[in-house]
Structures are given as structure tokens and as C-alpha cells.
Design a protein around this ligand. Structure first.
Ligand code: 13P
Ligand code: SF4
Length: 356
């Protein structure tokens, strides 16, 4: 493990974030299969929806969708939510088939929680640039060097990384999970450095931070916040903790340069709850733009403005109606996790589900 991947508590030193370019997922195997499929090629959106409705009933399937999915997928899903809510739904469902419209690590988590169900993802190349910044070998190496250390992994990690972790968390319960760890133990928090810095600030706990970032959220900078707020001074600012500007915004709010009571760091599910209960005339939304569909649908009298129009996760958008139909028709692509990996990852995931 090289020194540039980890931040020593209390200093940034010479470490650099692991950055990832915007991914190109336009031409996945699943997309090519749709292009070659003589039946699907002929179907318009209305017919795809009709056939999905028939198949989901025949198969007793439940369709779960993340808040960043394209509108038509959110609209057809049985449940739309954030990472934690989707894990809870997967754990609770009795449906024999789960079609997971989200990214691969989310479907893997569902497969770990529901080994007796068939978990399908319409496009297995729906990855995550943040999850890709850390491997199980790297976590094992840290453990070898720090035998008394505790590893807390954000849910945006592969099953193999979760299997090497003591705890999992999501953006909605990271603070609670850190508070569960005995105070005398050194903690490696991975892989998102901005979430890690936020957790440090809020809990006062010094952490070893993995220097991973999400290409979508890392690009949301202080200049974007200043420009958005200049146009909507009465709005609330909702920031996902993966955003590159979270630490600066927290510092600015503490210094009175941003209104502290209207600068809120929330998971996507937290933003949905805020939209429903809080009556500011407008919310500035600092996360992936897919969430705007749901916010606007549920709160027609309110204005929601993205702090960046180009905050788009290409991985999330690879899931389409045609791929969802094919998933149900052909039982592709099944997501499975080797039983030994699943058993070890499950411990960490169960602790995440307990911290609500
Ligand atoms: P949430 O758990 O807040 O939905 O976040 C998931 C994610 O991938 C953020 O980029
Ligand atoms: Fe991963 Fe970022 Fe996409 Fe979320 S928005 S799934 S962290 S790449």
C-alpha cells in the first residue's frame, strides 16, 4: 500500500485523492444485446412498460430502484430509495425475484442479504467509480499492518471489500456507525475521503481515511455552491457528504459565511425527507441530478435546483426500460456472491442495518 492512498489523522500531507475519469459505459454488453434483440428492438416505451407489468406479476418480482435512476425506471419501481433503504427493502422482501435498478455494489448487497432469492441487475457494468478505488487485497494489507485496527467501509464497496471490513455504513448512518466503534481503536474509514472528513468533523474522532472519491460528487466545488446560492439566497442547501465542497461548506457555515441552519448534509433519502417536511421556497440540491425527478414529483409547489447540471452518474443511467424488460424476460444478469465472501460481508452489513 502506498502512502498516497491513506491520510494520517490530522494532516493532509502529500496524499492525493484517487481520482477517476468520467466513465464510458455507453457500449456495454447489455446495451449490445438489446441492439441485437429482434423483439426488443421493435418495442416502444408503452409496450415495454406493458410487458414489464405482465412479467413482474407472473414472476412475483419486486423492482427496487435507486434515487439516481432515470425517471421512467423510478416510476415503474415498487420502491425507490437510498442505499440504506434499498438494503432494508431487500432484506424484508418475500419476492422470489429482485430486479435491482441501481449499481452493482447495491445489487451485491441485496444478494448477500437474500441468498435464497434471485437478484438480477439489468446491466452488470453499472459500476461505481468510488467503489473501484479500493480492493480487498489493499484492505487485507492494512489489516496486516494494523492488527488492532477496525475497518469501516462505506456501502459503496465490492462484496470482497465488505468481507474484509468490521462495519459497513451508508451516508445516512455513518455517524452512528462510527460511534459504535470502541473509542480506543484505530479506524480505517474507506473509501470516500470527503465523507470521512465530514464524519471526523461531526464525531470529533480521528480516522485513517482512504483517499477515494466519486467522480460525480468530487466535482461539486465551493464555486458551484456560491454561484447557486447567489441566484437563490432564500433556499436551503442540501449537500451529499461525498461532495468535494462538504468540508469547506461546513467550515463556512461554522464561520457564519453560509447560514448554518440552512446548510444541510444529507443522504439522498434524507434529501427526500427534507423536501417533504421543510417549507423553504427552494432547495439547492448538491448531488446526482436523478434525485430531482422524485423531489419535484413529490413536492409540486416547491423549486429544486441542481448546484451542477452535469452532476450525472453514467453508471446509474446505463439502466434502461429495455434492459429491465430483458432482465425479467431472460433472468439476466444474476448477481451472486461466493458463500464464504457473503458470510463475512454479512457481519458488516448486519451492523449497518442495526445502526438506524
Ligand atoms: P445514498 O445512500 O445517499 O443514496 O448514496 C448512494 C450513492 O451512491 C451516492 O453517490
Ligand atoms: Fe458511485 Fe458516484 Fe455513481 Fe454514487 S454517484 S454510484 S458514488 S459513481
Amino acid at each position: 500500500m502506498n502512502r498516497q492512498q491513506l491520510r494520517v489523522p490530522g494532516e493532509l500531507g502529500d496524499v492525493r485523492p484517487r481520482s477517476t475519469a468520467r466513465p464510458s459505459v455507453a457500449n456495454t454488453e447489455s446495451s449490445r444485446a438489446i441492439g441485437r434483440d429482434p423483439e426488443i428492438r421493435e418495442l416502444d416505451e408503452a409496450e415495454l412498460i406493458r410487458r414489464i407489468q405482465v412479467l413482474r406479476r407472473e414472476r412475483g418480482a419486486v423492482i427496487l430502484a435507486h434515487n439516481y435512476q432515470v425517471p421512467v425506471i423510478q416510476d415503474i419501481a415498487d420502491f425507490v430509495g437510498d442505499s440504506l433503504q434499498l438494503s432494508q427493502q431487500a432484506a424484508a422482501t418475500r419476492a422470489p425475484v429482485i430486479v435491482f435498478c441501481g449499481v452493482h455494489f447495491m445489487a451485491e448487497t441485496a444478494a448477500i442479504l437474500c441468498p435464497e432469492r434471485m437478484v438480477l441487475i439489468p446491466d452488470p457494468e453499472a459500476g461505481c467509480s468510488l467503489a473501484a478505488t479500493v480492493t480487498a487485497d489493499e484492505v487485507r494489507e492494512w489489516r496486516r499492518l494494523n492488527p488492532n485496527g477496525v475497518v469501516v467501509s462505506y456501502v459503496n464497496t465490492s462484496a470482497a471489500v465488505k468481507a474484509e471490513s468490521d462495519y459497513c455504513c451508508t451516508s445516512s448512518n455513518a455517524l452512528r456507525v462510527i460511534e459504535m466503534v470502541p473509542p480506543d481503536r484505530e479506524v480505517l474509514f474507506l473509501p470516500d475521503m470527503f465523507l470521512g472528513l465530514y464524519v471526523e468533523r461531526m464525531t470529533g474522532r480521528r480516522l485513517r481515511l482512504w483517499m477515494g472519491t466519486c467522480h460525480v460528487h468530487a466535482a461539486i466545488r465551493m464555486e458551484d455552491i456560491e454561484a447557486a446560492w447567489a441566484g437563490q439566497p432564500g433556499a436551503d442547501l442540501l449537500l451529499h457528504p461525498e461532495c468535494g465542497c462538504v468540508s469547506n461548506c461546513m467550515a463556512a457555515a461554522a464561520a457564519g459565511e453560509l447560514p448554518a441552519d440552512r446548510t444541510l448534509v444529507l443522504s439522498t433519502g434524507g434529501m427526500v425527507a427534507h423536501g417533504r417536511t421543510c417549507h423553504a421556497p427552494a432547495d439547492l440540491v448538491g448531488t446526482e441530478t436523478g434525485l430531482l425527478h422524485r423531489l419535484r414529483l413529490e413536492n409540486p409547489g416547491k423549486t429544486f435546483i441542481p448546484v451542477r447540471d452535469d452532476a450525472v452518474c453514467e453508471y446509474m443511467k446505463t439502466i434502461t426500460l429495455a434492459k429491465l424488460y430483458r432482465a425479467l424476460r431472460d433472468s439476466v444478469y444474476e448477481v451472486t456472491v461466493a458463500p464464504d465472501v457473503a458470510a463475512r460481508a454479512r457481519r458488516a452489513i448486519d451492523r449497518m442495518l442495526a445502526a438506524v
